[in-house]
Design a protein around this ligand. Structure first.
Ligand code: 5GP
Ligand code: MN
Length: 345
C-alpha cells in the first residue's frame, strides 16, 4: 500500500467540484459497496461538491437495501443524464475494475472523458488508462481499499454507519463471507473498525444471502440437478444455463451469483465454470482452488480476466460451442490442473 498515492487522491478531490464514481458492469457487492462507501464519505466530508455514482447496468436486488442506492444512476436507464455527468465531471473514480473494457456500454463515454481518472482496485494487471492508480492485489476487496482511503484522508472519526454498512457488504461478498481472499490479519482490524460503527454483521449477512426469490432458489436446484457436468479425471466441473433455462426460472440480474462456487465445493474439483447464455454471447464464470490461475486461463481463452482463483470472460458462440471450446482448453491445461489437484488435495 503506497500512502503517497492516497495523499495524491486527497489533493485531486480537494481540487474537484464535480466528481463521478464509476464501477463495472453487472455490479456485484464489492462494486456497489465500495462505490457507495466512497460516496457517503465524500458527501459528508465535502458537502459542497457534487458527487454521483454511475453503473453501466442493473444491479442485484439483494443490494438494494444499502444506504444511498437511490442515488445510483444506471446508464442503461438514464443514458443522457449519465453521459452529461461524465462529460462535465472534473474527477472520475473508477472502482473495482482494472480495464475500461469492464464497463461495457459506458466505455465509449469514459474513454473520451478529459477529467483525471483515479483507479482504486484489487485485480491484477491494471491497464494504462488511469492518471492515478491505487491497485493492491493482496487486498480482499475494493471496499477494504476504500476503508484505507477514507481513514487516511478523513481520519477514523469520519467513518459512519452508512460507510460501514456499504464497505462491510463489499468485503463480505468478495470473500464469500470470509472463506477466501481473507487471510491478511489487517482485514480483521478493518472489519472490527466497521463493526464499531454500530453495524449488525448478522443482519447484513441475512439481507444479502437469505433473500432469494422462490424462482432463484429453484433455479439453483435446477443447476445442481440437471445442468452440472463433472469431469472427474480432469478435476473439473461446470454448470451450463441456456436462455430457455433462465426464462423458465424468471431470471433476474444476480440470480446466478454464487452458483459457480457449488461446483468447486465438490471434493477433487480444482476448476469450476458456469456458462450462461445471454443475448448473442456466452458469459463464463471461472473459479479454481490453489495454484491453477483462472485469470490467466480466462485472458488466454475467454477474452476475460479477474483474480488468480476467480475470473470471468465472454465467448461469442453458441452454448454447445462454448462448452466444447472449454473442454478443449481444459485438456490443453491438463498438466497445470493436475498439479493444482496434487498440491491442494
Ligand atoms: P464473476 O465470475 O463473479 O462474474 O467474476 C469473477 C471475477 O472475475 C471478478 O473479480 C470480476 O471482476 C472478474 N471478471 C468477470 N468477468 C470478467 C471479464 O469479462 N473480464 C475481466 N477482465 N474480468 C472479469
Ligand atoms: Mn472486488
Amino acid at each position: 500500500m503506497n500512502f503517497q498515492i492516497i495523499t495524491n487522491i486527497g489533493e485531486q478531490v480537494q481540487l474537484a467540484n464535480n466528481i463521478v464514481i464509476v464501477t463495472h458492469s453487472n455490479p456485484d457487492g464489492d462494486a456497489i459497496g465500495s462505490s457507495l462507501g466512497l460516496l457517503h464519505f465524500l458527501q459528508s466530508y465535502y458537502p459542497l461538491k457534487s458527487i454521483k455514482v454511475v453503473v453501466p447496468n442493473e444491479f442485484p436486488s439483494f443490494l438494494k437495501w444499502l444506504p444511498g442506492v437511490d442515488q445510483i444512476l444506471i446508464y442503461d436507464n438514464s443514458k443522457v443524464e449519465v453521459a452529461d455527468f461524465l462529460n462535465n465531471c472534473d474527477l472520475c473514480f473508477c472502482l473495482d475494475f482494472n480495464s475500461l473494457k469492464r464497463i461495457d456500454s459506458l466505455y465509449p463515454i469514459l474513454r473520451s472523458v478529459n477529467a483525471p481518472k483515479i483507479l482504486i482496485d484489487h485485480h491484477p494487471q491494471p491497464d494504462n488508462d488511469f492518471e492515478i492508480v491505487l491497485s493492491c492485489i493482496e487486498f480482499s476487496s475494493t471496499s477494504e481499499l476504500i476503508y484505507e482511503v477514507v481513514t487516511k484522508i478523513g481520519g477514523k472519526e469520519k467513518l459512519n454507519m452508512d460507510i460501514a454498512n456499504c464497505l462491510y457488504v463489499g468485503i463480505m461478498t468478495d470473500t464469500g463471507s470470509f472463506s477466501y481472499a481473507s487471510n491478511r490479519p489487517e482485514l480483521y482490524i478493518v472489519v472490527s473498525e466497521l463493526i464499531k460503527q454500530g453495524i449488525d454483521a448478522e443482519f447484513i449477512h441475512r439481507k444479502v444471502y437469505d433473500t432469494y426469490s422462490e424462482t432463484r432458489m429453484r433455479l439453483l436446484g435446477h443447476c445442481l440437478s440437471n445442468c452440472l457436468v463433472l469431469l472427474p479425471h480432469l478435476h473439473t466441473a461446470y454448470i451450463h444455463l441456456s436462455k430457455e433455462d433462465l426464462q423458465n426460472f424468471n431470471y433476474q440480474n444476480g440470480d446466478t451469483e454464487g452458483v459457480v462456487n457449488y461446483s468447486l465445493s465438490i471434493q477433487g474439483v480444482v476448476l469450476a465454470a458456469l456458462f450462461t447464455e445471454k443475448d448473442g454471447m456466452i458469459r463464463i464464470s471461472l473459479r479454481s482452488k490453489g495454484s491453477f490461475n483462472v485469470n490467466e486461463f480466462s485472458r488466454k481463452y475467454f477474452n476475460g480476466g479477474g483474480h488468480k482463483n476467480a475470473a470471468g470472460g465472454t465467448l461469442y458462440s453458441s452454448l454447445t460451442e462454448a462448452i466444447a471450446f472449454f473442454e478443449n482448453s481444459v485438456l490443453e491445461n491438463r498438466c497445470l490442473i493436475d498439479e493444482a489437484f496434487c498440491i491442494y488435495e
